[in-house]
Design a protein around this ligand. Structure first.
Ligand SMILES: [Mg+2]
Length: 395
């Protein structure tokens, strides 16, 4: 089998990748909805993989993997990898999980980072109210993640509460907290925990941007509340480096689990975090780390070192969801849950076939058995949403 084309379009705002072959099988991949600008980057790899046998996934990846980087520049390579596995599964007539070593679980747990309700403000009672609505969702989420501190709307509403001035833009908010800001985070977390009790776990996305003393103080202060994890306090989303030694200082100072990794590209860049025991949980995203096999390698190495696994995925869309289900079915027992991506806009659910009617029940997704990733984009339904110039995407 040979690759005959690599195509990319933007559906909604998710980059969607289609690899075609000389045997009529095509493979799908998808990148985060926040990367609507990715098309030309995807097409850069086209000439490097044309004519290759897509079922030799690793051999194809060796041609392109070194030409990627931390988020957002690992996304194209990652989505291509997903599409190669999709083809390999379809060619063999088996779901991708079989090619990754087989499933070790029939259902995979998800956590909520995507289903959100408008908040009236940023006071503890607003966080409590929002948490009550998420707890009542039909998906029955057993873990809910909320942004606090430097992550999400809390810092934007009143920057002076934290340290006076937001330096602007993603990842540029960084510095020592005011005592008032520190207390506000704790008050909001306490309010959310009162709603969730011990029935639903609370994970907190915190940064990046915390200074080490604040990170240690927060992790210690939250110990009695038993949060699931504190995510990305030091480095994180769109930080093109890791700083494992700083994470280690925080992790060794508290019993509150410390989590990071969503922006990291390739297993090599997890070595320090894992070998130094610098965090308790890693959370690579299959659409940023280099693909689903890459994510599995990270999970296996983490497991050897007693480190847990909670993959990121909030913006990965419905093909990304399929990729997460397939790989997470195969992960070792350090797997906690992955971050459930939703289809956005809602018409995504009309253009994809293969998903169960109710995707999540009691926070679990049943692993499906259709060949490849097990989902297809229905060309006839999707054509109306193609951007101008991409009318031949499904040809
Ligand atoms: Mg995060």
């Amino acid at each position: 089998m040979k690759i005959t084309d690599l195509k990319c379009t933007i559906l909604g705002s998710n980059p969607v990748i289609r690899i075609t072959t000389d045997e009529g099988i095509c493979g799908w991949g998808e990148a985060e909805s926040s990367k609507h600008y990715l098309k030309s980057h995807v097409l850069f790899y086209r000439d490097l993989i044309l004519g290759e046998d897509p079922t030799n996934v690793e051999r194809v990846m060796l041609r392109i993997r070194r030409m990627g980087s931390f988020k957002p520049w690992g996304s194209a390579v990652s989505a291509i990898e997903m599409a190669l596995w999709d083809i390999a599964g379809k060619a063999a007539g088996v779901p991708v999980y079989k090619l990754l070593g087989g499933k070790v679980r029939d259902k995979v747990r998800v956590y909520n980072g995507a289903v959100r309700f408008p908040m009236n403000g940023q006071a503890p009672e607003d966080y409590a109210e929002s948490m009550a609505r998420m707890k009542a969702c039909e998906e029955g989420f057993s873990i809910i993640k909320q942004g606090v501190g430097f992550h999400g709307p809390m810092i934007k509403e009143d920057p002076s509460r934290f340290f006076g001035e937001v330096q602007g833009g993603r990842g540029l908010t960084r510095g020592l907290l005011t005592e008032r800001g520190f207390h506000h985070v704790i008050d909001c977390v306490r309010a959310m925990k009162e709603v969730l009790g011990d029935e639903v776990g609370l994970a907190l996305d915190c940064g990046p941007g915390f200074m080490v003393p604040d990170a240690i103080r927060l992790a210690r202060a939250l110990e009695p509340l038993n949060v699931m994890w504190l995510e990305d306090m030091i480095t994180g989303d769109y930080t093109p480096y890791v700083l494992a030694d700083l994470y280690r200082d925080v992790t060794m100072s508290s019993s509150t689990p410390i989590h990071t990794g969503e922006q990291i590209y390739l297993r090599q860049n997890f070595v320090d975090l894992i070998e130094k025991q610098a965090v308790n949980i890693v959370g690579p995203d299959p659409a940023d780390v280099g693909g689903i096999a890459e994510l599995k390698w990270v999970a296996e190495y983490a497991d050897l070192h007693g480190i847990l696994m909670a993959p990121h995925g909030v913006f990965d869309g419905l093909i990304g969801l399929a990729a997460l289900v397939q790989v997470c079915a195969t992960l070792p027992q350090n797997f906690i849950a992955f971050e459930y991506p939703t289809g956005n806009p809602a018409w995504w659910y009309d253009i994809v076939e293969g998903l169960p009617d109710r995707i999540v029940e009691e926070s679990m997704i049943e692993v499906w058995d259709r060949p490849g990733l097990g989902v297809e984009i229905i060309a006839e339904e999707a054509k109306q949403y193609l951007p101008e110039g991409d009318e031949d995407f499904f040809d």
